[in-house]
Design a protein around this ligand. Structure first.
Ligand SMILES: *Cc1c(COP(=O)(O)O)cnc(C)c1O
Length: 223
């Protein structure tokens, strides 16, 4: 079942779009089913859960941290995490830099931008983004590499709302891309937007990375 759903979604995505299979709350045997079907990119939103799965599962899995990250948890994933999608403050980025340096490895990060109308979603606004990029601390970082942007649209049936939020993020992505030579450790390659309910629209709007959970693994049970 999982492998079939995965392959159906993959075959409908353009070649330049990477699929992150979001396995949060799901057991390791579900991940292994996708793994045996050839999949390697998995997303989790809790550091502890991701670390436990990392320890038990094949080491060529690329682990994506897609959730909100607490600074005191960075050290646990620093040895292995492939990409941190939810970077939304300079403070967090500084901690990632520190822990990446300790591990002597570069950690790929995406800056999360607040695009939804809802208050609750995390992320930087455009002004905070510019401030972060202009800061002295950021200019001196060596162990973080900013690979692009991530955003989550408003949870709504109104397609035009979701579309305008995704299009806004795409524009921001393109404008930073034009400017990317200003920073040695920034390259706009990844635009992470789109989930089970809205990934087709996200891809139309220019997404290069979709994060899909329930459409692959089924509904989550949080009990
Ligand atoms: C859970 C989650 C997803 C996947 O959600 P689905 O609706 O199950 O596809 C994508 N992105 C983030 C940040 C998430 O927390």
């Amino acid at each position: 079942m999982i492998a079939e759903k995965l392959n159906t979604i993959k075959s409908n995505l353009p070649q330049n779009v990477t699929l992150i299979a979001v396995s949060k709350t799901k057991p390791e045997e579900d991940i292994m089913e996708a793994y045996r079907a050839g999949h390697r990119d998995f997303g989790e939103n809790k550091v502890q859960e991701m670390t436990a799965k990392y320890e038990n599962l094949p080491k060529d899995i690329r682990w994506h941290m897609i959730g909100h990250v607490q600074r005191n948890k960075v050290k646990y994933m620093a040895p292995f995490v492939h990409m941190i999608h939810g970077v939304d403050s300079l403070k967090l980025l500084k901690e990632i830099e520190k822990q990446a340096k300790k591990q002597d490895r570069v950690i790929n990060c995406l800056l999360q931008i607040h695009i939804a109308r809802e208050e609750s979603k995390f992320g930087l606004d455009e002004e905070e983004l510019k401030e972060l990029l202009a800061s002295e601390a950021f200019s001196q970082m060596k162990y973080v590499h900013i690979k692009g942007l991530m955003g989550m649209a408003t949870f709504t049936d109104k397609q035009e709302v979701v579309q305008s939020e995704f299009s806004y993020l795409k524009q921001l992505f393109e404008s930073l891309k034009k400017d990317q030579e200003s920073w040695p450790h920034l390259s706009m390659e990844v635009l992470s937007m789109g989930m089970s309910g809205d990934y087709e629209l996200a891809v139309e709007c220019g997404s290069t990375m979709v994060r899909i959970g329930s459409s692959i693994f089924g509904e989550r049970n949080y009990q």
